[in-house]
Design a protein around this ligand. Structure first.
Ligand SMILES: [Zn+2]
Length: 379
């Protein structure tokens, strides 16, 4: 992956790019993002640039043997460390699975990792034994003579053992960089954080993610918008949606759902819910609410005349109609309800009950807003 193909803001890209160009990247960097963000691809790109045989203005050339080896996670000067279940003891015993994962998914999420290792509800960690292994590794001389990188994915799994790494983080052996790539910076020991340059990497916003999915990954725009709407900026979730089978219906399902809700016809509502839940499960309902939140945010933008991006024609027309009679406060109220449903869906035993309630409530909100808007027009 070249740096322009990583979905991060230009600001972050420039910061890393110019540090690499000037060869001034600090020796200990904490790449801090959220699950499904671009922190891992970015850290790997930085590692590749440092180990590349023929860097171009400090950046990985992408084609030399060193770059290839980093891409395949087989470069002898790149030590990789990550959490594993106790039975594996060290990351070395799961490196094959890691390589397979990285082949297919460079935005690796913790859930994917659990699934890959078939870890179920086992506890994972980065153990004292693993720390001993990586400490030993970074003391070896560089094989290829260019430098060395230790990349620790999810250092939040170090727990208290992290203190054993402080000395190395503070003063790595010459020519060695230590990259920590976290999804939960608040779980990392403050003693570690204070010894690193922290680069915060927020998830890409809707329009950045949408243009990445179409421009870099080549998905069609309508598909990309659906994926963006349900992913909340989680690149991994967006990609999984696009690779799945029936996910791309969500915009149509949503339009149908909101029409039925608006009609208020009880039999129609129940029929829709039965049909909808037949095809899916809790995740489908979650996607419906996520899409709803995205959609009403677009309605809000339309209402306040902000240029909106990514809605295809049918949806854009529908959002325009909604904006014509919904007040700003009514839209905000609907968005708040959707946020509440998204919290409740993980707690609520019955998806059907929640979805029924949400349908009735949405219908009522829409009809009340329409009535008010007509009264205001007459007044
Ligand atoms: Zn190279």
């Amino acid at each position: 992956m070249v740096i322009d193909h990583i979905p991060v803001s230009a600001l972050i890209r420039d910061e890393i790019q110019s540090a690499l160009e000037r060869r001034s990247l600090p020796h200990a960097v904490l790449f801090a993002g959220q699950d499904g963000g671009a922190q891992l691809p970015l850290a790997l790109f930085a590692a590749k640039s440092l180990l590349c045989n023929k860097p171009i203005e400090g950046l990985a050339c992408g084609v030399c043997s060193a770059c290839m080896k980093v891409d395949k996670s087989i470069h002898p000067d790149l030590s990789l460390s990550f959490p594993v279940p106790a039975s594996r003891e060290t990351a070395e015993n799961a490196i094959e699975e890691w390589r397979e994962m990285m082949d297919s998914r460079s935005f690796l999420g913790l859930a994917d990792w659990y699934e890959k290792l078939e870890a179920g509800d086992l506890k994972m960690n980065i153990s004292a034994k693993e720390i001993h292994r990586i400490e030993k590794n970074i003391r070896y001389k560089s094989f290829e003579g260019v430098g060395k990188v230790l990349l620790i994915w999810l250092p939040e799994f170090l727990g208290g053992e992290g203190n054993k790494l402080l000395k190395s983080i503070e003063e790595p052996p010459p020519g060695t960089h230590i990259f920590l790539v976290t999804n939960e910076v608040n779980k990392i020991l403050p003693t570690i954080i204070s010894r690193c340059r922290v680069i915060r990497i927020p998830r890409p916003g809707p329009s950045a993610l949408s243009s990445w999915l179409t421009g870099v990954k080549g998905f069609r725009e309508t598909e990309a918008v659906n994926a963006v709407a349900v992913s909340e900026g989680n690149v991994n979730v967006a990609l999984r949606q696009l690779e799945g089978e029936n996910q791309l219906q969500i915009d149509r399902d949503f339009i149908t759902w909101s029409r039925i809700a608006f009609s208020g016809d009880p039999a129609g509502v129940l029929d829709f819910i039965d049909e909808f839940l037949k095809a899916g499960d809790r995740e489908s309902a979650r996607n419906l609410f996520r899409f709803g939140l995205f959609y009403f945010n677009q309605v809000l933008l339309k209402k306040i005349n902000v240029q909106q991006e990514g809605l295809r024609d049918e949806l854009s027309a529908s959002a325009g109609k909604m904006a014509s009679f919904l007040s700003v406060s009514a839209i905000e109220q609907i968005c708040e309800s959707f946020e509440k449903y998204l919290v409740q869906i993980d707690r609520n035993a019955s998806v059907k009950v929640l979805l029924t309630y949400a349908t009735v409530q949405l219908g009522r909100d829409l009809r009340v807003a329409l009535k008010r808007s007509r009264e205001n027009a007459r007044a």
